[in-house]
Design a protein around this ligand. Sequence first.
Ligand SMILES: NC(=O)c1ccc[n+]([C@@H]2O[C@H](COP(=O)([O-])OP(=O)(O)OC[C@H]3O[C@@H](n4cnc5c(N)ncnc54)[C@H](OP(=O)(O)O)[C@@H]3O)[C@@H](O)[C@H]2O)c1
Length: 338
Amino acid sequence: METIKELDQYMCTPTDKLLNDISKIDGDIMVLGAGGKMGPTLCKLAINAIKQSGISKKIIAVSRFSNDEHASDLQSHGIDVIKADLLEEEQLQALPEVPNIIYLVGRKFGTSDDQSLTWAMNAYLPGRVAEKFKNSRIVVFSTGNVYPFVPITDGGCNESDPVGPVGIYAQTCLGRENIFRYFSNKYKTKMLLFRLNYAIDLRYGVLLEIGKAVYNKKPLNITSSNVNVIWQGDANEIAIRSLLHCDYPLDILNVTGKEILRVKDLANLFGKHFGIEPIFEGEESKQCLLSNSSKCEKIYGRNQTSVETMISLIANWISKDGQTIDKPTHFQERKGDF
Ligand SMILES: NC(=O)c1ccc[n+]([C@@H]2O[C@H](COP(=O)([O-])OP(=O)(O)OC[C@H]3O[C@@H](n4cnc5c(N)ncnc54)[C@H](OP(=O)(O)O)[C@@H]3O)[C@@H](O)[C@H]2O)c1
């Protein structure tokens, strides 16, 4: 896989399970915050599933579209595009009513520089959106960052474990969850809180960062010794299918890979691909941010793309100097300061 077109083809090809589920989702689907890292491929996966199933359903992508290319690309795939700043009340209220919402909006980077904007984006806007779409089903993207660091030997946090957000970003994400929960309770809106841990694309993500450090012979910080990851295509598919699992009272779902992966092992696998010995720095911590995805696997089955496949695709992408998105995950951050 060497081009964005090939990557799109791989990531946006629906599985039989998605084809089966898409026709059960009643009505159009609106994706809010569609202009970021995940939105474009999520929308294209959904529209491909609709086309292949021969059903009639609109995908409506809403974002400010700071990157105009995303808007025209989505339109060329038959996706309806609405440019809107959701923090502007008039623009939010002008959006059409739809039965299904996938909510991707969030602010991570610069959270510590302008905390008021982060709180507005992550915890105030959810209230405005939940009021506007109180009659819709809503899949609310959240993050495993709402959990505390836990021992790496404990199998990761379950959905019923206590939250313990570290730092402002994680606190505002817990705010996002609770504001949606408040309005779900108020209006009996069917929702699902989608706690995602590290989506993997060839253009960004934890594995790309590890692979690039090895390839460029740069020291890799291993303080955050263990991680969970999931192929972005798998996460997108689960998000669309989760519209069928929105409920009142709302449910919570950890969405990530099954394995708790040691960063050192991942670096060594990249090292084998490149024929380069990784350089490590820092001391491996015994506590990390880890989620347990057993519930997700029980509902949706095994993820399609294995860690080995992701590493091999990314190693090839790095060595071919494939296009990347400059949005580092900061997965080594231990104080939640993004
Ligand atoms: N990717 C991951 O590995 C990961 C892991 C854990 C959790 N998550 C969560 O999953 C969600 C989606 O992930 P992502 O990586 O796609 O996030 P992302 O790259 O930050 O995309 C979200 C997009 O929302 C749009 N947006 C922001 N403010 C807006 C506003 N006022 N009005 C309209 N649109 C606005 C932005 O695009 P425009 O500039 O076009 O408006 C932004 O790029 C996020 O909430 C994130 O917290 C992601």
